[in-house]
Design a binder for this molecule. Structure first.
Ligand code: KMH
Ligand code: ZN
Length: 309
């Protein structure tokens, strides 16, 4: 039997802003509805951020997360993965608050301090719905996405050790794999690892097939068979790179956090639409889609009944 593919759906994120798409979920109701529909379409993992319901600005407020997490849990069996990457200009402490409160099965762990340029979007959109949007994008020119060794240690102490949460290790460059190997050597990060190769962020590795091969080869060298990898490609690279990942035996991440479109010039009307699109690809490749319980077994997760929401 071919191994099943875990589809992660990253539902809203903190990279896109409300003007860019009317379909970007903003309110707790919208985030819950789209997350549930994505799970029904085949996503085994839901990667979640929160937004201020009035303005759409990314927020770390655990109370806002708590307005949609229980609803998602009641309606689906999907694995809930809470971002600790947050969004600009949150501090690392703020970014961890929701995951610490909710003790989810999974959280993201970003593997290096880096630039994270969003300001190129200023050339593509105008007539902003909210004054904060252009200011937010412009601020990325001088923002440091901070993920130091101490930050990664703190995440493992407060989430993995204290709460049994396991990580989606967000790797934006080859060096991030070596940082993860360092944490494995120290016994802090433990297999089976779930690596998310993030290609196409301005500040990280570029979105092309050769770079994906390099990431995979490096991970093979460092982690042997003790890991699973998944791929996200930003914007128009989403489907080509996730298709390549699936053909290479990996897992895939889709969702409006990473790409607002379904086809060139055509906005995706929902996260579920993107999940269905990659599902068609997987079916064509003859790779079965992992159920949430298969994903739990593959990633050694603690179970959906052991969370605090
Ligand atoms: N926005 C993605 C490129 C996180 O939430 O921790 C990476 C991400 C980070 O999802
Ligand atoms: Zn995210």
């Amino acid at each position: 039997m071919p191994t099943p593919v875990i589809i992660t759906c990253a539902v809203t994120g903190s990279v896109h802003t409300p003007t860019m798409s009317p379909h970007l979920p903003i309110t707790p109701d919208q985030i819950a509805e789209q997350a549930i529909a994505a799970a029904e379409a085949g996503a085994a993992i839901l990667h979640l951020h929160a937004r201020d319901p009035q303005t759409g600005r990314p927020t770390p407020d655990p109370d806002v997360f708590m307005r949609f997490l229980p609803r998602i849990k009641q309606a689906t069996d999907a694995v809930v993965n809470i971002s600790t990457g947050g969004g600009m200009p949150m501090t690392v402490a703020q970014r961890m608050e929701a995951a610490v409160r909710a003790a989810p099965e999974m959280a993201s762990c970003n593997m290096g301090t880096m630039n994270f340029g969003l300001f190129q979007a200023l050339d593509r959109w105008s007539d902003w719905h909210h004054a904060w949007e252009p200011d937010f994008l412009e601020a990325s020119r001088d923002f440091v996405f901070k993920n130091t060794f101490a930050d990664i240690e703190a995440l493992h102490a407060d989430l993995a050790e204290a709460r049994g949460t396991r990580f989606e290790y967000e790797c934006y460059d080859v060096g991030h794999l070596y940082t993860l190997a360092h944490f494995v050597d120290r016994g802090i990060a433990t297999p089976p690892l779930f690596l998310q190769f993030c290609l196409g962020i301005l500040g990280g590795i570029g979105a092309d097939p050769d770079n994906l091969m390099t990431l995979k080869r490096t991970a093979d060298k460092l982690f042997g068979t003790n890991y699973q990898f998944s791929v996200l490609g930003v914007g128009r690279h989403q489907i080509p790179l996730t298709t390549m990942a699936a053909a290479m035996g990996g897992n895939v991440r889709v969702g409006l956090e990473d790409n607002l479109f379904l086809d060139k010039g055509v906005l995706a009307e929902s996260n579920a639409q993107q999940v269905r699109r990659i599902r068609q690809v997987l079916e064509g490749l003859g790779r079965p889609v992992a159920t949430p319980s298969e994903a739990r077994a593959m990633l050694a997760l603690k179970g959906g009944d052991r969370v605090a929401f």
